[in-house]
Design a protein around this ligand. Structure first.
Ligand SMILES: [Zn+2]
Ligand SMILES: [Zn+2]
Length: 353
């Protein structure tokens, strides 16, 4: 089969002879129809380790072999949970396989030595990872369930719900999804900090936030404080804060506006040490939670919410390209530019709508 692979640093290649998945009577095989490009694919592409790896972990397709899944038949529309847990550790055994440290979410790539889904076919490690898509959810939409799961998890981990005033730092796709979930889960007020004016405008147009603020603007706190019960010094503040930037300035700014005993989800990826003002976390007595991956149940939860019209996932596709090396390479280069204002670039691989 054809597969897009890491060729060298910053360069993808097309392997025309990548081995096809082999029927084993257990694990279903899907024909990949759509695969989104994620920020972590870009990180992997920068490092190019290992060479020859197939990228892509946000995807949907149609069943060509149902394996041991009696509820599936050839042609069914499906998506897939892209994880590689061991099944043996305390996390896997307690139903929290997204916390498994064995071969899950290794630095640089999600699939370590396991091929991803920027390819014509895909076979998961376990048949239960295949999730059937409701009839009224298009395939390209189902390919965005995985990143939506991260935004949902960021809210779940700090119990976002009615009564909350939530601040999200960063208006990329994960920040936008987290803000959207905060609204869907019933938060009273959702604000965002974002430096990129195009992204700020997009978040407001989409209605995923009530306000967007430029945290570098002089006097911005005076604008924010009236919205959050007068702000921290008046005994108010955001009750929940979700960082989707990994940038110290954004985290310090957000923690400073968070109410005493507030909860913070750290989602933004940053491999370098950052000058974090931990004194703010001490003074405000905050609870900080790190977010990586999301429970497999979130796939069912999100597909249901999308199917019932409670979460508009379709609008996150801001560009679609073909399964063509040059187009995909150009998309990686576009996403690598921090000034890009894409939410999700979708690669159309198969011929189904
Ligand atoms: Zn991803
Ligand atoms: Zn495990």
């Amino acid at each position: 089969m054809k597969a897009i692979v890491q060729a060298e640093k910053y360069k993808l290649g097309m392997n025309e002879n990548f081995p096809d998945p082999v029927k084993d009577g257990k694990r279903p095989i899907m024909k990949v129809e759509y695969c989104g490009i994620c920020g972590s694919d870009i990180h992997s592409w920068e490092k190019c380790d290992p060479v020859g790896l197939v990228l892509g972990h946000e995807f949907s397709g149609t069943i060509v072999d149902p394996g041991d899944r009696a509820d599936l038949k050839v042609g069914d529309k499906v998506t897939c949970v892209p994880i590689t847990p061991c099944g043996e550790c305390e996390w896997c055994k307690s139903g929290r396989s997204f916390m498994c440290g064995h071969n899950l979410y290794a630095p640089g790539t999600f699939f370590v030595d396991k091929p991803g889904a920027l390819a014509e076919y895909f076979q998961p490690l376990k048949s239960e990872y295949i999730k059937k898509i409701p009839d009224n959810v298009p395939l390209y939409v189902a390919a965005m369930v995985e990143p939506s799961g991260i935004g949902l998890r960021a809210c779940q981990a700090i119990d976002v719900g009615p009564g909350d005033k939530v601040l999200v730092a960063g208006g990329g796709i994960i920040g936008s999804m987290a803000a959207n979930w905060a609204k869907t889960l019933g938060a009273d007020y959702v604000a965002m900090t974002e430096l990129n004016a195009a992204r700020a405008k997009k978040a407001l147009e989409m209605g995923v936030v009530d306000d967007v603020f430029d945290p570098t603007e002089e006097g911005v706190e005076e604008k924010i404080n009236p919205k959050i019960d007068g702000g921290y010094r008046a005994g108010g503040g955001f009750t929940k804060f979700i960082d989707c930037t990994g940038a110290a300035a954004a985290i310090n700014f957000g923690m400073n506006l968070t109410k005493k005993a507030g909860k913070v989800s750290l989602v933004g990826v940053n491999w370098k040490p950052v000058p974090l003002m931990t004194i703010i976390a001490l003074l405000h007595q905050l609870t900080l939670v790190g977010i990586m991956g999301s429970p497999t149940d979130n796939f069912d939860y999100i597909l249901k919410a999308v199917s019932e019209g409670r979460f508009d996932l379709a609008r996150y596709r801001t560009k679609q390209i073909n399964f063509d090396l040059d187009e995909i390479q150009a998309a990686y280069e576009e996403l690598h530019d921090p000034k890009n204002d894409q939410l999700k670039i979708m690669v159309k691989i198969g011929d189904s709508e």
